[in-house]
Design a protein around this ligand. Structure first.
Ligand code: ACM
Ligand code: ZN
Length: 525
C-alpha cells in the first residue's frame, strides 16, 4: 500500500527502486527551494547518484504537483514553488527515513488553499525550537498556515518596542489554574509559581520563525485578540478599560468581562501602534484580530462607550464592536492586510466590511449568519469546536470525528467560499511539551488530510493504517503518537464496570478534571 498523508488525488506504484538522498542532484526550475530541500534529503547509505528535475508547467493547479520516475531519476512538475515543495514532501514520506523509495507516479493538488494549525502561545509559551518542530511536521503534511495566537487574558507574548510593559509585566501571571474542577467556586487547583517572566518572542525571534516557515511554504497569520481577551494589556495600561481600575494578568481561564473600551480613542491608537510594529514582522497579507467572546456588560454602563454609540448613531453595543472591527480592518487594509476574526464578528454583520474573513468556531444562532455570509460571497475558514479543538481529550473527541470534519459537518453543501480548515490548540491546561505532543500531532495528521484530500478519497480505516505507518517518524522526533485505543477515544476498555452515564462523565472529566489522565493511561499501555 502507498503510505502517504494526506492521501493524493492519484498515486500509482511503478516498477523499481529509486534513490533519494543527499546524493540526488536537483536541477531545473524552482531553484529557490534547493537550499532548504538539501537539508531535508536523507543521508545516503547505499543510494547512488541520480537526478531530481523540476519542471514548471502553468497547467498544474496551484500547489499541485506531478511526480514521474524514469531510469532511476525523478521529475517533479508544478506550476508554483509550493507544488514543487510538496512533491518532495511526498518523496520524503515514501522514503520514511530510508535513502530510497519504490517507484511511483503521482498527480496531486489540494482540496483547500487554507490548511491551518493554530497554537495558543499566550496561556502557555512554546519555544522557538518547538514551533520549528511543529512547522517541520506541518510541511511534511502539506499544511500551509500557522496561526500564531500571541496574546490573551493570561499573557502577552510578543515584543512591542513602543510598549515594553506588555512583555515586562503583561507576560507574567501570579499562578496557573491546573484544571476546571471547582472553577465555579473559584477553588480550582492551582500552581502558585509565577509564570511567564521572560516568556515572550522578541521581534528578532519572530523574524526567524517567519523565515523558517516561509522556507517550508508555510505562511503565518499572527493574532492579537481584541477587544476581549485583553486583560494582559489592561493589567499594564488600566486606562485601556472602561473603568480604568488597576488589575492583574489573569490567572484563571474563561471569558472575562474586563475588555478594552471601544469608546476611547486611545484604545484605537494603542491598537494601531501595535499593528504598526507587527505588520512589519509578518509579510503574509492576513492579520487576525480575534473578536471572540466579548461580553458587553462594561460597555453598557460606560459613559465613553455610550457616547461613542450615540455619536456614531450605532444600534447597540454589538454595533460598537462592528465599528471597532471596521476601523481596525481599514487600518490593516492600508497596510496591505486582510482581516481575519473569530465568527462572533458576524454579530455586527450589518456594518461589517465584506472583505473580513470570519473563522467559524461556534455555531451561533443556528449558523444563519455564517451561511448567509457564505451565500453572499463572503469567505470563511472552518474550525468548528466539536470537531477540531485539540485541547479536548480523545475520549471526548475521537480522531475519527476530527478526520471526518468538513463543510458538510456544518450543513454547508456548496464550499466555493470556504477557504479551508484550521484546527486550534488552546493551551490553558497544556503545560508541557509531552502533553502538547500527545494532544496535537495525531490531530494535525487528521486535519492535514481533511484539508487536502478530496471527500471521495477519504476513508478513516485506511487513514488509520497510514497514520500508524508514521508512528516511527513521530517517535524519532521525540513526539510519540498516542496509542490507537486512546486516539480512538476508547476509555471503556479501562473501565468495564462503568455505566453509560458514568462513562460520559469520565470522558468529560478526562478533559475537565485531569489533563494528564490520558497520558497516565497511555503509559500503562
Ligand atoms: C475561541 O475558542 N474562543 C475562539
Ligand atoms: Zn467603555
Amino acid at each position: 500500500m502507498i503510505q502517504l498523508i494526506p492521501k493524493p488525488v492519484c498515486a500509482k506504484q511503478e516498477e523499481g527502486i529509486v534513490s533519494f538522498s543527499k546524493k540526488t542532484q536537483m536541477h531545473g526550475a524552482f531553484n529557490g527551494l534547493y537550499k532548504v530541500l538539501s537539508t531535508m534529503l536523507p543521508d545516503a547509505k547505499t543510494a547512488g547518484e541520480n537526478a531530481l528535475t523540476f519542471v514548471q508547467d502553468a497547467e498544474i493547479p496551484a500547489e499541485g504537483y506531478r511526480i514521474a520516475c524514469e531510469n532511476g531519476d525523478i521529475t517533479i512538475t508544478a506550476s508554483d514553488e509550493s507544488g514543487a515543495f510538496y512533491g518532495v514532501m511526498t518523496l520524503l514520506q515514501l522514503c520514511a527515513g530510508r535513502d530510497h523509495f519504490e517507484a511511483i507516479s503521482v498527480e496531486d493538488a489540494p482540496r483547500y488553499h487554507h490548511r491551518g494549525f493554530m497554537l495558543d502561545c499566550a496561556r502557555h509559551f512554546w519555544s522557538v525550537e518547538k514551533i520549528k518542530q511543529i512547522l517541520d511536521v506541518m510541511a511534511l503534511l502539506k499544511m500551509n498556515i500557522f496561526h500564531w495566537h500571541l496574546t490573551d487574558d493570561q499573557g502577552w507574548r510578543v515584543e512591542i518596542k513602543k510598549y515594553p510593559l506588555l512583555t515586562e509585566k503583561g507576560a507574567i501571571r501570579k499562578s496557573t489554574a491546573l484544571s476546571l474542577t471547582g472553577y465555579d467556586k473559584h477553588q480550582e487547583p492551582r500552581d502558585y509559581t509565577e509564570y511567564g517572566r521572560g516568556l515572550f518572542y522578541t521581534q528578532e525571534q519572530v523574524r526567524e520563525v517567519v523565515a523558517y516557515a516561509k522556507e517550508r511554504q508555510i505562511n503565518i497569520i499572527p493574532e492579537v485578540d481584541m477587544p476581549g481577551h485583553f486583560v494582559a494589556v489592561i493589567a499594564c495600561y488600566p486606562e485601556i478599560s472602561c473603568t480604568g481600575e488597576p488589575t492583574e494578568v489573569c490567572d484563571r481561564w474563561g471569558v472575562m468581562e474586563n475588555i478594552a473600551c471601544c469608546g476611547k480613542e486611545d484604545v484605537y491608537n494603542f491598537v494601531r501602534d501595535v499593528l504598526d510594529e507587527l505588520c512589519e514582522l509578518f509579510p503574509y497579507p492576513y492579520f487576525h484580530i480575534g473578536g471572540d467572546e466579548v461580553p458587553k456588560d462594561h460597555w453598557k454602563t460606560c459613559p465613553n462607550c455610550q457616547a461613542k454609540i450615540k455619536e456614531l448613531g450605532l444600534k447597540d453595543e454589538e454595533a460598537l464592536q462592528g465599528h471597532f472591527n471596521n476601523v481596525i480592518a481599514s487600518y490593516l487594509k492600508s497596510k496591505g492586510k486582510n482581516t481575519v476574526g473569530w465568527n462572533e464578528i458576524l454579530k455586527a454583520t450589518e456594518n461589517l466590511d465584506h472583505n473580513i474573513i470570519p473563522q467559524w468556531w461556534i455555531p451561533l444562532d443556528d449558523s444563519v449568519r455564517e451561511k448567509k455570509w457564505l451565500a453572499e460571497g463572503g469567505k470563511i475558514i472552518l474550525s468548528i469546536l466539536p470537531y477540531v479543538y485539540m485541547d479536548h481529550a480523545y475520549a471526548m473527541r475521537p480522531l475519527e470525528k476530527t478526520y471526518g470534519f468538513g463543510p458538510k459537518s456544518v450543513g454547508v453543501e456548496d464550499d466555493t467560499n470556504v477557504l479551508g480548515i484550521e484546527a486550534p490548540q488552546w493551551t490553558e491546561y497544556i503545560r508541557d511539551e509531552e502533553k502538547l505532543n500527545f494532544n496535537t500531532f495525531a490531530r494535525v495528521i487528521a486535519i492535514a488530510e481533511a484539508g487536502w484530500t478530496l471527500e471521495e478519497n477519504k476513508d478513516y480505516t485506511n487513514f488509520e493504517s497510514r497514520l500508524e505507518a508514521m508512528r516511527d517518524y513521530f517517535a524519532s522526533i521525540g513526539a510519540p503518537l498516542p496509542p490507537m485505543w486512546i486516539y480512538r477515544g476508547d476509555t471503556i476498555g479501562e473501565t468495564p464496570d462503568l455505566n453509560e452515564e458514568e462513562r460520559v462523565k469520565k470522558a468529560y472529566g478526562v478533559w475537565a478534571n485531569d489533563p494528564y489522565f490520558e497520558l497516565k493511561l497511555s503509559k500503562k499501555n
